[in-house]
Ligand binder design. Structure first.
Ligand SMILES: [Zn+2]
Length: 277
């Protein structure tokens, strides 16, 4: 769910529901005792203080069950215009940090970690949640789908998981060349499988002629962290993404879309990671 929200810019329903209630409370707090709804809220406040069921009592519960910290809701009598404005903002920012943390904690979403959103003009920037408009530049649906599947972790790579004990080294190796662990960067940037090398050669030509970008002929000796940065720099780029999408589609199709089948805890466990790193 987190990748879907991350890529479409949608706020989860449980947050939106609370947001509506808080906005309603803010609107009522701006009124005075000449309004029946204001007096009803005062009564609700009195019931809550006495430990009786009430609308405000119901509203006080959900913020504490959220998967991210939220400030306590004040008593209705003490709600100020400033706190009315602050609560929805805190709710939104907490939700964004939470969803980003969910992405950061998943190994299969390696390419989405610290994702930068390309801009038509100016530098790419980090945005927690947004509809990824720039991907609509990829006009061939199959190419766009291949990029999305790669980013969303739908392609499973034998060498991309959390456990060094549950999966033998033999099972982690690339099934085409057997020279390195099968990871996205190995497959797309390094693998010596002949059809993949041909596709990479065509990509290199397209990048240099259309994007004025030179992709090194070999990244074999380059550390994994730098390879990931290079692959992200190819995908999260306003212009490069077009030839790169074609390349990803061509390779993925040739590889029959990958498909390691490890259990989820082996693939994703990544203790200690969060979105605020
Ligand atoms: Zn290989």
């Amino acid at each position: 769910m987190a990748p879907t929200l991350h890529e479409t810019g949608h706020i989860p329903t449980f947050v939106r529901r609370l947001e509506f209630a808080i906005r309603f409370l803010s609107d009522v707090a701006k009124l005075d005792t000449s309004f029946a709804i204001y007096r009803a809220m005062q009564e609700s406040d009195r019931l809550q203080r006495n430990g009786c069921p009430s609308w405000l009592g119901d509203l006080a519960g959900p913020p504490h069950s959220l998967p991210f910290p939220m400030p306590h809701l004040h008593s209705f009598a003490n709600i100020s215009p400033a706190s009315c404005k602050a609560l929805p903002r805190e709710l939104r920012s907490g939700c964004k940090r939470f969803l980003t943390g969910e992405i950061q904690a998943r190994i299969s979403l390696q390419l989405l970690h610290h994702r930068l959103e390309p801009q038509e003009n100016g530098h790419a920037r980090f945005i927690h949640l947004t509809r990824r408009h720039y991907l609509s530049r990829i006009v061939v649906p199959d190419h766009r789908l291949a990029v999305t599947q790669l980013l969303a972790g739908s392609f499973r790579f034998c060498g991309l998981h959390s456990s060094t004990t549950a999966v033998s080294l033999q099972r982690q190796l690339c099934w085409r060349c057997g020279q390195e662990k099968e990871t996205p960067t190995h497959v797309f940037l390094v693998c010596s499988d002949p059809p993949t090398v041909d596709a990479r050669h065509d990509l290199r030509s397209a990048l240099s002629s259309r994007c004025n970008y030179w992709l090194p002929a070999s990244l074999a000796g380059v550390p994994e962290g730098d390879r990931v940065r290079i692959l992200r720099g190819l995908i999260f780029h306003w212009d490069r993404v077009l030839p790169v999408a074609r390349f990803i589609f061509r390779v993925a199709k040739g590889w029959k879309w990958f498909g390691a089948t490890f259990s989820n805890d082996v693939v994703e466990s990544r203790p200690g990671m969060d979105g605020n790193e």
